[in-house]
Design a protein around this ligand. Structure first.
Ligand code: UD1
Ligand code: MG
Length: 467
């Protein structure tokens, strides 16, 4: 037996992410800050923050524009520990990073400068960007092969690595022919970050402090700068609604692949839309044209039929939803329950095996195990001021076209006659009828028809033209 201590695991490197979120976003033509626009149900800022956290960022500084408390709030919502800084004037990317100087003073191993309007970068790519720092590089720049390099900073390399980044406006004609471009994001060794950023000047065509100048400055100090590449689709920056839609398509494609890899059948994947937080178990079948809003969890073996819309809902094992169902926040569908076509469920628990197969509104309700809710059943939950609950016991049978005026409860095993308006509680195993009594008048219809047609004939004989 050896009592030698196991070799210590290498210490994980600490990382400060500086997230530049002070974009103007004028091309979005929106009252909303650009970085608060959503992709797959989550803001661009939240996408970028989530990826950084998964990539091991131990601290995050978010740089927001003046009077952008909304952006700061969103950052805190996703990362309660986020440190918020304001860039009072928009004087360039290096100037923006320096707005977080107070955070940069507490040195971490790595600093990653990220852009909130470049939200599709995957955690693994941030990790790859940081890796060269551990191997001694001072700076690592994220690059990509641009299909059309116009407008991007070009990566100018020499035998020692990356020599400089030249912005479109400052580049020579030969440099403009370079297709390897700067994605914008950069990793800088922590103890050098503040000094390198402070050396950046604003002597360029735009008169801005360019983050990209850090490359030339580090090289002039004899340090190593490297390029890490990523696919162009992953590093796309979003400036307008068309690019926002492109980004949505990229994220949806990722989410569909993720679902299928996890054992979900998507009959027509390109017609199914997920949210970033959709949780979906194996052997779930999702038919075409289904939309998952935020907060949906589907357990194994459930089926979501075509044209259904779900949001804030939980669907338990083996349940069946749709076609054309709408599950709104707080819908909890029990195991093997069935929610059929044109059924809307909101803030309601549907017990295991219960059925509401057609045309119903079930809101603010609890529906017991194995109950049957007939077509056209409505829980009348709202009186114009408050919402009220409907409680339905196990094994109850609610006949078609019933209005259940909440607050009301229906006992276990009770029957509700079709077309009832139920305003009083119904005891277990009782039958409740709340509708006008049917009257039969023998021969009435025939007599009516005869009298009416005789009247018509008489009128026609008198005036054959107008009648
Ligand atoms: C930047 C890069 C360019 C790269 C391109 C990739 C610089 C100087 N240039 O150019 O090499 O090819 O991204 O898309 O870095 N921001 C602030 N405050 C500022 C200025 C910018 O917060 O004062 C933020 C913006 O909101 C944006 C990011 O920094 O999220 C990049 O700024 P932007 O003006 O879009 O830079 P580009 O001209 O696209
Ligand atoms: Mg840009």
């Amino acid at each position: 037996m050896s009592n030698a201590a196991a070799p210590a695991a290498p210490r994980a490197r600490t990382c400060l992410a500086v997230m530049l979120a002070a974009g103007e976003g004028t091309r979005m033509k929106s009252a909303r800050a650009k970085v608060l626009h959503e992709i797959a149900g989550r803001s661009m800022l939240a996408h970028a923050l989530t990826a950084l956290r998964e990539a091991g960022a131990t601290r995050v500084a978010v740089v927001v524009g003046p009077d952008r408390e909304d952006v700061a709030e969103e950052a805190r919502r996703f990362l309660p520990g986020a440190e918020i800084f304001t860039q009072a004037e928009r004087l360039g990317t290096a100037h923006a990073a320096l707005a977080a100087a107070a955070a940069l003073k507490k040195t971490e191993d790595d600093v990653v400068v990220a852009f909130a309007d470049t939200p599709l970068v995957e955690p693994a790519t941030y990790e790859r960007l940081r890796a060269p720092l551990a191997a001694g590089a001072a700076v690592a720049v994220l690059g990509f092969e641009a299909a059309d390099p116009f407008g991007y900073g070009r990566l100018v390399s020499d035998k020692d690595g990356l020599a400089a980044i030249r912005e479109e406006r400052d580049a020579s004609p030969e440099e403009r022919r370079i297709t390897l471009c700067n994605a914008g994001l950069m990793a800088i060794r922590g103890e050098r970050a503040l000094a390198l950023l402070r050396e950046v000047g604003n002597r360029n065509v735009k008169g801005e402090y360019y983050l990209t100048d850090v490359v030339g400055i580090a090289r002039a100090a004899g340090e190593r700068v490297v390029v890490v590449t990523a696919p162009e689709a992953e590093v796309m920056g979003i400036n307008d609604r068309a690019q926002l839609a492109e980004a949505e398509a990229i994220v949806q494609a990722r989410l569909r692949r993720r679902a299928m890899k996890a054992g979900v059948t998507l009959t027509a994947p390109e017609t199914v839309f997920f949210s970033l937080d959709t949780e979906i178990g194996s052997d779930v079948v999702v038919e075409p044209h289904v939309v998952f809003g935020p907060g949906v969890r589907i357990e194994s073996g459930a089926v979501v039929h075509a044209f259904s819309h779900l949001e804030g809902a939980h669907v338990a094992r083996g349940a069946s939803v749709g076609p054309f169902a709408r599950l709104r926040p707080g819908a909890a569908i029990g195991a093997k329950a069935r929610i059929g076509n044109f059924v809307e469920v909101k803030n309601a628990e549907i017990g295991p095996g219960a059925k509401a197969n057609h045309l119903a509104y079930l809101g603010d309700a609890t529906i017991g195990e194995g109950s049957n809710i007939g077509a056209g059943t409505i829980t009348c939950n709202y009186d114009g001021f408050d919402k009220h609950r409907t409680e339905i016991g196990k094994g109850a049978f609610v006949g078609t076209n019933s209005s259940l005026v909440a607050p009301v409860s229906i006992g276990e095993g009770a029957y509700i006659g079709s077309g009832s308006v139920i305003t009083d509680d119904v005891p277990a195993d009782a039958l409740a009828l709340g509708r006008g009594r049917q009257a039969i008048k023998q021969g009435w219809a025939k007599a009516f028809r005869n009298a009416a047609s005789a009247r018509k004939m008489k009128a026609k004989a008198k005036d054959p033209v107008s009648s």
